[in-house]
Design a protein around this ligand. Structure first.
Ligand code: ZN
Length: 173
């Protein structure tokens, strides 16, 4: 059974009853992530299956996806990209506990009420999915007027500031 989870919840409770949950969060809730975008429209959808592992730690295995607006670094226009990733988390109550684990899952610290904030534990995963360089797949999709402006801005100063420009001509004469 899958249910919609609130933004804060107790993962151990879900794990004990082996529940599956779904999260739908606006991109604006992810402050660090949305600062890397052209605008913070859209929402992040995640689903996870909660379980207890052999050391009785709560775990969450699942995936997330979203569609966000980034800036194309070739033509500076906004473009939409789809991001998707899988995660495996293990919930711990202290850093020491996290260090003692022999688990491949990423440790997530619960607060003093044994709860977690969904934004906190999903944000790093979301940032990881963002490509380092975002450009339109096909150069044809880029705005040609902007590319021309960017290129001439890059070439312009180099030409005028070259102290040897015109030297070739001088030597030939
Ligand atoms: Zn472009």
């Amino acid at each position: 059974m899958e249910r919609l989870l609130p933004s804060r919840f107790n993962p151990a409770e879900l794990a004990r009853s082996k529940q599956s949950g779904k999260l739908i969060l606006p991109v604006t809730h992810f402050k660090r992530f949305s600062a890397m975008l052209a605008n913070a429209g859209g929402e992040v959808v995640a689903q996870a299956k909660f379980d207890l592992n052999e050391t009785k730690h709560a775990t969450a295995v699942g995936s997330l996806h979203t569609s966000v607006n980034v800036t194309c670094q070739r033509c500076m226009q906004e473009m939409k990209i789809d991001l998707a990733g899988d995660f495996g988390f293990i919930f711990v109550t202290s850093e020491e506990e996290a260090n003692e684990l022999e688990d491949d899952f990423d440790p997530v610290l619960v607060d003093d009420r044994n709860e977690i904030n969904s934004v906190d534990f999903l944000e790093d995963e979301l940032i990881l999915q963002l490509p380092l360089r975002t450009v339109h797949d096909n150069e044809q999709e880029c705005d040609p007027a902007v590319i021309e402006a960017v290129e001439s801005a890059q070439q312009g100063p180099a030409k005028t500031h070259n102290p040897f420009s015109g030297l070739d001509k001088l030597l030939k004469n």
